[in-house]
Design a protein around this ligand. Sequence first.
Ligand SMILES: Nc1ncnc2c1ncn2[C@@H]1O[C@H](COP(=O)(O)OP(=O)(O)OP(=O)(O)O)[C@@H](O)[C@H]1O
Ligand SMILES: [Mg+2]
Length: 368
Amino acid sequence: MSRRTRPTWLEPAQSSPEVPEREALPPGNPLTTREGWRRFVGRAPRPPEPLSAEALLALPRATRAARQDARRDYHADLPLVSTPTIQKVIATGRLLVQLNRNQISARRGAIISGMSGTGKTTALTQLARAHELATRRRHPRDPERMPVLYVTIPPAATPRMLAVEFARFFGLEIGPSANLTDVTNTVCSVAAHTHVALVLVDEIHNLNLATRFGAEVSDQLKYFAERLPATFIYAGVEVEAQGLFAGARGRQIAGRFAVVEAAPFAYGTAEQRNAWDALVATLESTLRLRDHTPGTLPAIAEDLYRRTGGMIGSLSQLVRGAAILAIETGIEQITDDLLDLVPLDYAAIRHTAPTKTSRRALGEIATL
Ligand SMILES: Nc1ncnc2c1ncn2[C@@H]1O[C@H](COP(=O)(O)OP(=O)(O)OP(=O)(O)O)[C@@H](O)[C@H]1O
Ligand SMILES: [Mg+2]
């Protein structure tokens, strides 16, 4: 991939305000609630341009601190890059929504499956965000419309727990005496009223079809899928290996759901290396560090691959972490020393070659 075809940001830069407002989602409003989801959809972070050291020092202390806080917040949550996984999920999801629009039953869905940190939740939520924004544009006078519902499967879930997760998204109060049928009926009636068209079910690997509760939760999910005129998209860690397609229930899921694989980036062929380099360059273009010279990160793209094993989650952690340290230390650029200070996940460390890697060794990592 050449520079010209490098991936783009999903949330392009907007005009830079003096001190951008804090945009982080409050912990009390996770994505699995209507408020949290709405806020996520409407969010458009604005990159805070760095001031020169002199201009920064000239600011009153409180303004200076607020500015540095805002810059740290921005770098903790950099804009997303439009990766092949996101593009694949959005294309698949869009097509399924159209195919399902007039189906009265046996609607088709998709499952995003892959290792942890490959961007499954990110792709799932970006698909739904794009769908919701398009729906809002089509129905500007209908603020009650909630085209997306997002839930996660709790560990060791029961069917009632799953139904309560659906209800919680809508902010419905469920009393302890409400039985499964009551909760299900209430959810379905609210979902019909608000025109839910896309249902996201994350952490689907928590569904263990080999257990009684797991099988019952799967049946409950299927029941929701029959009753709600919506497209269901699941995401989970390596679902095939978790037995999601095993047995009679699993075979039915396999017959209705397309699998979109979320894989780490590879580094074997020239094309794969170009794709990784382009990802690094795009991520770098989102940085707002005073003394960072563009091209520094692409120059060490191979080393970044060695450190992260091609996992976008690890790369993102590395770059965001080093950027925050660059602001805190006043170094204002990403250096090798700062990258060394960022704690990485075990999976990435396991992929890291012990000595300076040759291209041959990287090829081996890519095919692991
Ligand atoms: N397209 C992207 N651009 C920039 N950062 C990304 C992108 N996709 C994922 N990330 C970052 O990688 C990290 C992991 O992503 P995400 O949570 O989507 O992975 P996951 O596959 O759902 O992991 P898990 O299986 O552990 O739930 C997050 O910090 C996220 O911001
Ligand atoms: Mg996830």
